[in-house]
Design a protein around this ligand. Structure first.
Ligand code: NAD
Length: 559
């Protein structure tokens, strides 16, 4: 008889671990315990099924107990919750939905029981029927509620990944949606100037967005739910979703005495072994190594969960794989607006002691002369001393995912910003440009490191006043449509002839649309002895930054 491999949890990490264990050892006895009614379902697809983008419920159920038995000879116990582990006797105690107590022996145990939704401290919340978005059961309840009660309004607490995706789904169902977020900006893992793309799209689609709004009280009145914020604002809704984050579900792990890390997840080594012999763990339950810093962090994402499950399953079955860690590469969208990120944010990079800087660039996903180009805004974060790429964030419509994936691969390979300018991209007019947006972000960062006199829009806005010498080097038509207040306009091509118009005794702050013409102008003025600075990302980045700071520095109109 082969070794007994018991897997707790049958979704991303668990189902992958069990399947990999089977591919590693045909003789093992492999069993999955899953507390819900479904295994191997695509929980990332839930919002898209609620919003009727994915039509078939069945398509979310990737495998079931029968198909896992047939293909992989895995025994699946659904509706069976593991309650306690005795690591000395190697027994797991469980209870099923018929209230029967069951015991399972193991030689190797793999914990993949994931994370649980954080329900915030809201007075009265336990008396309210609210929904979370995690399981097929949650999804069915939301669908049924919409069908049976025909709600007109919905409120989503939390503007993170699930909050954004679910608000889109509810909007597709015809509901009037309000999203409330405790922090000052939506999608807090992103910089606000990047997540602005989704914020503006949501607003233009009629979603009411309330940031800096913490819900503290909830009650029912005439079949409606009333929510009260800390500031005293009230919201009335027919349907309430709570999407305020998740945390590792470590109660079961604690019964086996597994070491829990500082971030609150189960600690594992690169073989996904926990601190207790013959117990492995993977997925949202565990802390993962950040590839850049080497620190252990939480990253409840499907990609890492799958890779970790594979490593745990292989090793539990006698193989030898290692998990290198994560860059937390992720993407989220609302309608056609999307934001993606990889690696460290600028704030994190500073916190971890890097000499961190960033540049903004904004370039089309394909050449401008081919119809319908879409601009991609890239914030590239790097170490000024070494050129090491530390992270990137991007927003736009088409092609954002490809650029972030390339930068993620570059970070994984240990490349620098100098290398980014050199990467060969496939190109033809419908697909890209001879100089890809990633090449350009690498070149701009390289120039910055080499002393290109680039300043960030944040630095510019900090010193902004009507006394500054600000130069707009776009065309007259561009300047007339909108410009930075108090800027003067000399088109870059006319700068040599008009140089005498500028005051050489004062610094000149230069911008164009997204940075390139400003760079050319800055080089030119510097060669004539001016103290000139190019503003990173041009007026488009200034506009974003000013919006976030609520600064009125843009003049619009035809004057
Ligand atoms: P999240 O951490 O992404 O967002 C939770 C949000 O709720 C945060 O913005 C937080 O500030 C806010 N919040 C917390 N308490 C609040 C309160 N009392 N009032 C108002 N706002 C409050 O979490 P999530 O959206 O629940 O998603 C869970 C996890 O699932 C995420 O960590 C994410 O990594 C993962 N996920 C990823 C994707 C994707 O990659 N596309 C999609 C869905 C989920």
């Amino acid at each position: 008889m082969g070794k007994k491999i018991l897997v707790i949890g049958g979704v991303a990490a668990g189902a992958t671990a069990a399947a990999k264990a089977r591919r590693t050892d045909e003789t093992a006895e492999i069993t999955i315990l899953e507390k819900n009614g479904y295994v191997s379902f695509a929980n990332c697809g839930i919002p898209y099924y609620i919003g009727n983008v994915i039509k078939s419920r069945n398509s979310l159920l990737l495998q079931n107990a029968k198909s896992l038995k047939k293909r992989y000879n895995i025994d699946v116990y659904t509706n069976t919750e593991a309650i306690r582990i005795d690591p000395d006797k190697k027994i797991v105690f469980a209870k099923n939905n018929r209230d029967e107590n069951l015991t399972f022996n193991y030689d190797k145990l793999i914990l993949c029981n994931g994370a649980k939704t954080i329900i915030p401290q809201i007075e009265g919340i336990s008396e309210i029927d609210y929904f979370t978005v995690r399981s097929i059961e949650d999804m069915d309840k939301i669908k049924d509620f919409i069908e049976d009660h025909k709600p007109e309004s919905a409120c989503v607490i939390g503007a993170g990944y699930i909050g954004i995706e679910t608000s889109e789904a509810l909007m597709h169902c015809g509901l009037k949606v309000t999203v409330v977020e405790a922090l000052p900006h939506i999608l807090p893992t992103f910089s606000p100037e990047v997540s602005l793309k989704i914020y503006e799209k949501m607003s233009s689609c009629g979603i009411t967005l309330k940031t800096e709004t913490k819900i503290v009280k909830a009650y029912k009145q005439d079949n409606k739910i009333i929510l009260l914020s800390e500031k005293g604002e009230s919201f009335t809704t027919d349907l309430l979703i709570i999407a305020t984050g998740v945390k590792p579900d470590v109660e079961l792990a604690k019964t086996a005495g597994l070491e829990i890390g500082l971030a609150g997840g189960v600690m594992v080594n690169s073989r996904m072994e926990t601190s207790v012999a013959d117990i492995y763990a993977a997925g949202d339950l565990v802390e993962k190594k950040d590839i850049i810093t080497g620190n252990y962090i939480l990253a409840p994402l499907a990609g890492p969960a799958n890779r970790e499950g594979r490593v745990a399953g292989c090793n539990a079955a006698g193989g030898n794989l290692e998990y290198k860690g994560t860059l937390r590469t992720a993407i989220v969208s609302f309608e056609n607006a999307c934001c993606a990120q990889t690696g460290l944010s600028h704030k994190e990079a500073i916190k971890y002691g890097f000499d961190a800087s960033f540049t903004y660039t904004e370039d089309p996903n394909h050449v401008e002369y081919y119809p319908d180009p879409k601009y991609i805004f890239i914030k590239l974060i790097f170490d000024r001393k070494t050129g090491k790429i530390l992270g990137a964030e991007a927003s736009g419509e088409n092609g954002v995912e490809r650029r972030i994936d390339v930068i993620s691969t570059a970070i994984f390979a240990g490349l620098t910003v100098y290398d980014l300018g050199e990467i060969d991209f496939c190109y033809s007019p419908p697909y890209g440009a001879a100089k890809d947006p990633v090449n350009i972000s690498g070149l701009v960062a390289t120039n910055f490191i080499n002393g290109s006199s680039l300043i960030t829009p944040q630095q510019f806005l900090e010193i902004y006043s009507s006394e500054l010498q600000i130069l707009d080097v776009r065309t007259r038509i561009e300047f007339k449509s909108y410009r930075v207040k108090n800027a003067r306009n000399i088109y870059v091509n006319d700068l040599r002839e008009s140089i005498a118009e500028l005051d050489k005794n004062r610094p000149v702050y230069i911008y164009c649309a997204v940075g390139y013409r400003g760079y050319v102008a800055t080089k030119l003025l510097r060669s004539y002895g001016f103290d000139a600075y190019n503003i990173s990302g041009g007026i488009e980045a200034i506009k974003r930054t000013a919006k976030i700071k609520s600064m009125e520095v843009i003049d619009a109109g035809n004057s």
